[in-house]
Design a protein around this ligand. Structure first.
Ligand code: ADP
Ligand code: MG
Ligand code: MG
Length: 250
């Protein structure tokens, strides 16, 4: 599904990613862990195509297509979802209306007509039940006065509605409280299929107790320095990151 080769990227002329190779197959959950400032958010932003970041070398192939020339919206329409993509508040636009607009924009970009209203309602009902989202929430204004947990719930709802092929969840270092953590992880787990894939980016091992990865990669100073199974996450929790740096230095 996703094949990243020798990816180098910089921001404001400073090289952050220094040769990343990563391959994700349908049905897999990969985690990227690493200390603060190692380039995790840069990697997710570059995959999503955010324009502040300059790709200076390498390629990102998604479903056999080179993403280099595609802007973030086009990548989203191809099925790449980056969480925290819409952190802005949009007063006056309800969760439901925002979702309708987003879905129809996706459909249009893929050559489809608007989803018929009854089908849309059915989809909204189905997904909100799956994620245990109540009716009242759906008519709230987008992100206006949302608590941390509600913001997360809204994001996972977006993900459920859009049915992306690849979801990238950048936890950010602010961390999630336990409620938000449950909301995110239950949602992600319920939405997993053998056709989609998830890339979880996190500083802490905690989230990976809930979303169990197939593969764990350690990113340090813009490079993937170690790859392993889920047990690697526990080892990092226990031992921190320094031993890997030392291992590499030897
Ligand atoms: P992580 O998500 O692993 O904490 P980031 O990808 O956010 O790391 O940041 C990697 C490095 O890039 C850090 O040294 C950070 O200071 C730098 N960086 C990130 N964003 C910017 C920016 N907008 N301008 C300049 N430097 C940045
Ligand atoms: Mg950071
Ligand atoms: Mg980050």
């Amino acid at each position: 599904m996703l094949k990243i080769k020798n990816l180098h990227a910089s921001i404001e002329g400073k090289e952050i990613l220094k040769g990343i190779d990563l391959e994700i197959n349908p049905g897999e959950v990969h985690a990227i862990m690493g200390p603060n400032g190692s380039g995790k958010s840069t990697l997710s932003s570059v995959i999503a195509g955010r324009e502040e970041y300059e790709m200076t070398d390498g390629e990102i192939i998604f479903e056999n297509e080179d993403l280099a020339e595609l802007d973030p919206e086009e990548r989203a329409h191809k099925g790449i979802f980056l969480s925290f993509q819409y952190p802005v508040e949009i007063p006056g636009v309800s969760v439901t209306n925002f979702m309708k607009t987003a879905i129809n924009a996706h459909r249009k970009a893929n050559g489809l007509d608007d989803m018929p209203a009854n089908e849309m309602l059915k989809l909204i009902r189905e997904k909100s039940e799956l994620l245990e989202i109540d009716r009242k929430f759906l008519s709230r204004s987008l992100n206006e006065g949302f608590s941390g947990g509600e913001k997360k719930r809204n994001e996972i709802f977006q993900m459920a509605m859009l049915e992306p092929k690849l979801s990238i969840l950048d936890e950010t270092d602010s961390g999630l409280d336990i409620d938000a953590l449950r909301i995110v992880s239950n949602g992600v787990n319920k939405l997993r299929t053998e056709n989609n894939a998830v890339l979880v980016i996190t500083h802490y091992q905690r989230l990976l107790n809930y979303i169990v990865p197939d593969v764990v990669h350690v990113l340090i100073d813009g490079k993937i320095v170690k790859t392993g199974g889920k047990e690697l996450a526990y080892e990092l929790e226990e031992r921190g990151y320094d031993w890997i740096k030392q291992e590499k230095a030897v």
